[in-house]
Design a binder for this molecule. Structure first.
Ligand code: SAM
Ligand code: SF4
Length: 452
């Protein structure tokens, strides 16, 4: 595949970036490409002949971290033996958490860079190319990173992520994020507005504001007052060309009345909310250090549904946290039955070295975790299917993102973020098209263009 052109037209080198994990990594990978473009690196879709391979990694669960080492093994065996000049970088949260250990386990790696240092990629590459040694950069200056990134974005497609907040001060006892991403930092309003305008000018129609705790966003607004996420959303919604907005991930402790009101009143804000609860038992929520009870979460959901009755609710769940009893797990099942989810993500608790959860007594055996996850997912997938089936016969506005696998089929997203397939001409890519839903599965919808 030919390298994609870079802004200054000097396409002398190629970079392949593989992204693992969350939306923030998707965003970071795009920004790494933006940082590398001015020094002549064009992004390519395969590592085979790339001059630089970057693995942008995830450390949230053990499996995610281990995948990186398997990929490094493949790179050493196949790509690097054919292309000895290839440079290999490990970026993201595994880089932050494991640092120099990565080089010891995988000598093929030339650079290890944490999530707050990728704006310095050009100087790291220069260092490695001059062979003055391997590079290990795992500083924590989030503000410096955002100040140093290019203001313009090289947009891909019609829907884009935009980081508005990064890091976390909540220290849930199972989670590595506060250690790998650092303290909570919000970006200044004008920086976010400039980035949103740059995306809109390149044809992006939907922006998802992202942050580890996006609802904790706070910064000085242009009017001199402190702005929360609600204010920021209403301000960005005025940008011409941006037709849809979303935000993720929310935390039950940070969703304030203004944000709930914005969900009710801002027409560009889509009716979808990812608001993880993790567990339905107060004892487990306390041991997880979530800082709220199940009753708080349930009341919050009631307020959100009163404000936006058609909201599609999504959540995260962890089963088998240390000390979780059969009754605690039943509380999680009852939470799911009571709340009702349109989509979800559910996981077995994964011990993360260095987090308080790792040293808690009464770790739950693997077979018990697997059994609980199976029961929970059966319930969640049934709810997801029912939600999707309730949309049959309705006409939904679908933002068309591209072609689907089937001949002549297009793929897009409904307001509820559900993947939607329908027949139509490629000229519709990038447009918002009314689609009447004709059938539904657990993960996607099928429809046809609405007759006018
Ligand atoms: N900030 C978000 C919140 O508090 O809800 C979540 C961010 S985290 C990147 C995404 C999800 O990964 C969490 O909601 C949790 O369900 C899951 N997760 C985090 N650490 C985990 C662990 N050690 N084992 C299993 N799942 C985990
Ligand atoms: Fe991790 Fe908890 Fe912070 Fe979410 S709120 S990123 S789960 S520590």
């Amino acid at each position: 595949m030919a390298p994609r052109p870079v802004p200054n037209g000097k396409n002398t080198k190629s970079v392949f970036i593989k992204t693992y994990g969350c939306q923030m990594n998707v965003y970071d990978s795009e920004r790494m490409a933006d940082v590398l473009a001015p020094i002549g690196y064009a992004a390519v879709d395969t590592p085979d002949h790339a001059d630089l391979v970057i693995l942008n990694t995830c450390h949230i669960r053990e499996k995610a971290a281990e995948k990186v080492y398997s990929e490094l093994g493949r790179i050493r065996k196949h790509q690097k033996s054919n292309n000895p000049d290839m440079k290999v970088a490990v970026a993201g949260c595994v880089a932050q958490a494991e640092g120099a250990e990565i080089k010891r386990r995988a000598p093929v790696v030339d650079m290890v860079l944490g999530p707050q240092t990728y704006h310095r990629l050009p100087e790291m590459i220069a260092k490695v190319t001059r062979e003055t040694g391997d590079v290990l950069e795992t500083d924590f200056d989030t503000v410096e990173k955002f100040d140093a990134l290019p203001a313009g974005r090289n947009a891909k497609g019609y829907s884009a992520f935009l980081t508005v907040q990064e890091g976390c001060d909540k220290f849930c006892t199972f989670c590595v994020v506060p250690y790998t991403r650092g303290a909570e930092v919000s970006r200044p309003v004008d920086q976010i507005v400039a980035e949103a305008r740059s995306l809109a000018s390149q044809g992006v129609r939907e922006i998802t504001l992202i942050g580890q705790n996006v609802d904790a966003y706070h910064a000085d607004g242009p009017d001199g007052s402190q702005w929360g996420l609600g204010n920021l959303i209403r301000h960005l919604a005025k940008i011409g060309g941006i037709d849809r907005m979303r935000f993720t991930t929310s935390h039950p402790r940070d969703m304030d009345a203004d944000l709930i009101e914005t969900l009710a009143t801002e027409p560009k804000l889509m009716p979808y909310l990812h608001l993880p609860v993790q567990a339905g038992s107060d004892r487990v929520l306390d041991a997880m250090n979530r800082g709220h009870t199940y009753a708080h979460y349930r009341d919050l959901i009631a307020r959100i549904r009163a404000a936006r009755p058609d909201i599609a609710l999504s959540g995260d769940f962890i089963v088998g946290f240390p000390g979780e009893t059969d009754q605690d797990f039943e509380d999680t099942m009852n939470c799911v039955r009571e709340i009702g989810y349109a989509s979800s993500f559910s996981f077995k608790y994964s011990v993360r070295p260095g987090t308080p959860g790792a040293s808690l007594p009464r770790q739950v055996p693997e077979d018990v975790k697997s059994e609980r996850l199976k029961r929970l997912q059966e319930l969640l997938y049934m709810q997801q299917r029912e939600w999707n089936e309730s949309l049959i016969g309705k006409t939904l506005d679908v933002l068309v993102e591209g072609t689907a696998r089937g001949d002549g089929q297009l793929f897009g997203r409904s307001p509820y973020l559900t993947g939607t397939h329908f027949d139509g001409p490629e000229e519709l890519i990038g447009q918002i098209v009314p689609v009447t839903i004709t059938s539904a599965g657990v993960n996607s919808l099928v429809g046809s263009i609405a007759k006018t």
